[in-house]
Design a protein around this ligand. Sequence first.
Ligand code: NAD
Length: 251
Amino acid sequence: MFLSGRTALVTGSTSGIGLAIARALHSEGAHIVLNGFGDEAAIADLRKEMDARHIDADLLTCEGAESLMAEAGDVDILVNNAGMQNVAPIEDFAPAKWDAIIALNLTAAFHTVRLAVPHMKRSGWGRIINTASAHSLAASPFKSAYVAAKHGLAGLTKTVALELAQTGVTANCISPGYVWTPLVEGQIPDTMKSRGLSREEVINDVLLARQPTKRFVQPEEVGALAAFLCRDEAGNITGSNYSIDGGWTAA
Ligand code: NAD
């Protein structure tokens, strides 16, 4: 239980990848602070399962991010994971969707990091893990805001890593390919529309087309990588962008 006594805040952890990361850190002894939306009873079950706190702050705004950090208190591990997606050709991309995607996938991480760092520096230990994406390294058509936000998140991570290099605090990205979660399921209808394809064609010819292993990444695989990055043996890993994408970005 190498994370006993540590507190980990995982944004967007009521579902999908964030939930798997929270479970992985909890299983190593971390106190978990959950964040995200969802069914009240399901969230109550998660709180019980992990003996966790839950803060339902909306990270689309600066005020939401600030209230999350104020309520969470000192955190030793910060996982910026909350994210959203929208699929549309650039000329039809709704400006409000652009703003929301940049706000949640990029700007929220700026706010949580700037507010988490003082405690981490004082204590001489910290872990910042940002859930980026294969789209932080490569683009796909019709995902302008998401690709821009994730490339930005990778840049933010590298900058923070350099600023904190001698403090005992590391900052890294994890960049999954396609993981079967509600976020991926939710973009199937729009992709069917944008590309004029059936559901099966979207899954096999679009989503898994670029993933050479031809299988979705499992959320638990991402959780295990996040836990590894929190080990003391990972103390010299900083500013890295870890692909877990079935070979996608090797091509
Ligand atoms: P998901 O939709 O299952 O979970 C998203 C989480 O974010 C939920 O807990 C949701 O409640 C929370 N959330 C949404 N809007 C929020 C807001 N305004 N404020 C606070 N929380 C909010 O998604 P997922 O697939 O688990 O994705 C998690 C992260 O992983 C995202 O950053 C996503 O971009 C990234 N990612 C996902 C995949 C994939 O294939 N699923 C691949 C690469 C990267």
